[in-house]
Design a protein around this ligand. Structure first.
Ligand SMILES: Nc1nc2c(c(=O)[nH]1)N[C@H]1C(S)=C(S)[C@@H](COP(=O)(O)OP(=O)(O)OC[C@H]3O[C@@H](n4cnc5c(N)ncnc54)[C@H](O)[C@@H]3O)O[C@H]1N2
Ligand code: MOO
Length: 454
């Protein structure tokens, strides 16, 4: 867990201060949710609008469906150069291709000696990377460097600081008792050729890359990162400059690619599409990605084309709405075998909610990464819940507790930008002190998702 020190200069203190200081009567104070930013109030749903509510799946069920969809995809493997394997999962055990060390090695700079001293010092010396020198006979010594091959016949290495040679540097005397084999790393001390160093299913971390290289590998067999294409939808979106004339900046395009990479995806592209059904259908059906992510257009407005396009594409809706706030219109569809689409709602925090609810478990299973340990933390402040739905609320860790952040409205990124994670607040809410599950953000120290190697 990240226990950031109180007062960390990360911008979250302003959000926290606002939470503490909102005066009575202010909108902040009046929000029905402590922790700030209420779930936007919904009017009682008339019968005619009850359809979506019936379809909405419980938050935990939706995550389970997404994970199952990922597990159902065929298992894949590729051989890649070491540097490309970072963050992927091994599909074969890492079996040593050599003994390590692969020869008897000096562990120190000093002298290799044979038998009991004093010793006659041979001319020259042995350096790391040099071929073997001749055999040492009993009573002989030769200068040696750390990492150099031990000459045959040598029985020990004496560190430079533990022996003295005479003026002419021809004779050597030890300052202390010399033990047989001291400071010699024997061949195969770490492993023998053929030993299994890591099982298939191990995550390739930087340390694994180092071990694989030491053990003789140039390439590794791993599960390829799922290939993801992002389609950002909306006529109202600008990619530069200030909002004007009802147009706003696209906040999702700049964020999602990096976030998806941190979740283990290979992002093959981000495209911006106008609100045009034909263009969306062509982009979805023509995409070569394993997972298409769309943003916006999930609801039932006049230019919300995701549902009609999925229908036309013959896709199977696996999740069509989730009982979670924000983000309830999120969806998951199977377009064809092993090709999925996650529809993220357009409101930016709702999109983050969809990313963590549906894309994260799907990508994790497609990449065959281990399920991270879930953990809970006590809330410092009460958080009001939605009557029926789970809430995901940005929080920071402070002194063994999590503090709900204020700017947590569906259209706001200000809270999550300073957050360590999202608290999973059950329907009905949670009191101060209640333990709630925390979804770490992939870049926080507490993140247990196996590392975010981008
Ligand atoms: N009658 C109803 N209307 C809406 C409901 C509902 O239940 N009944 N749900 C609301 C909720 S909740 C959400 S979330 C949104 C989801 O809508 P869409 O997924 O169709 O998204 P859009 O309508 O395209 O956009 C919503 C909102 O987000 C802004 N947006 C979109 N893309 C971006 C982007 N890349 N960067 C920044 N902002 C973006 C867009 O301008 C809208 O303001 O539906 C509600 N409506
Ligand atoms: O809150 Mo909507 O929940 O998905 O913006």
């Amino acid at each position: 867990m990240t226990a950031r020190s109180a007062g960390a200069d990360d911008g979250s203190d302003e959000a926290l201060a606002l939470l503490r200081e909102a005066p009575p009567g202010s909108p902040e104070h009046d929000t029905p949710s402590a922790g700030g930013g209420a779930p936007e109030r919904e009017p009682e749903q008339p019968a005619a609008r009850k359809g979506p509510r019936h379809r909405a799946m419980a938050w935990t069920d939706a995550r389970a469906v997404a994970a199952r969809a990922g597990r159902a995809a065929p298992v894949r493997s590729h051989r890649v150069p070491l540097e490309s394997a970072l963050g992927e999962i091994l599909t074969e055990p890492l079996t040593a291709l050599t003994d390590l060390p692969s020869f008897d090695t000096s562990a120190m700079d000093g002298w290799a000696v044979a038998g009991p001293g004093p010793w006659r010092v041979q001319d020259g010396g042995v350096l790391a990377g040099h071929a073997a020198v001749g055999t040492l006979a009993d009573g002989e010594a030769v200068r040696i460097a750390t990492g150099a091959r031990i000459p045959s016949g040598a029985t020990a290495v004496i560190r430079s600081e533990h022996a003295r040679s005479d003026e002419a540097r021809t004779h050597l005397q030890a300052d202390r008792v010399v033990l047989h084999g001291q400071d010699i790393r024997p061949r195969g001390q770490e492993c023998r050729s053929g030993d299994v160093l890591l099982p298939a299913t191990a995550l390739v971390t930087p340390a694994v890359l180092g071990l694989a290289a030491a053990a003789g590998y140039d390439e590794l067999s791993t599960v390829p990162r799922p290939r993801v294409e992002i389609l950002v939808l909306g006529d109202e979106l600008l990619t530069r400059g200030l909002p004007h004339d009802g147009l706003i900046r696209d906040a999702l395009g700049p964020m999602l690619g990096f976030w998806l990479r941190a979740l283990g995806a290979e992002v093959i592209g981000t495209r911006r599409l106008k609100d045009d059904e034909g263009a969306l259908l062509a982009a979805v059906t023509g995409s070569s990605a394993d997972l298409v992510i769309t943003t916006g257009g999930t609801a039932s407005g006049p230019v919300d084309h995701v549902h009609p396009v999925l229908h036309k594409a013959g896709a199977e809706l696996l999740v069509d709405g989730v009982a979670v706030r924000p983000g309830h219109p999120m969806l998951l569809a199977r377009i064809e075998v092993a090709k999925y689409l996650v529809g993220l709602p357009g409101n930016p925090l709702a999109a983050v909610s969809g990313l963590l609810t549906l894309a994260e478990p799907l990508l994790r299973e497609l990449a065959q990464r281990a399920t991270p340990m879930t953990y809970t933390a006590p809330l410092r402040n009460e958080v009001q819940g939605h009557p029926h739905d789970t809430r995901l609320v940005p929080v920071v860790h402070r002194a063994e507790r999590v503090v709900p952040l204020h700017y947590n409205g569906p259209a706001m990124l200000r809270g999550v930008a300073t957050a360590d994670g999202l608290a999973v607040v059950p329907p009905g809410g949670a009191r101060a002190g209640a333990e709630v599950e925390i979804l770490d953000l992939p870049w926080t120290q507490a993140g247990s998702g196996g590392g975010c190697f981008t």
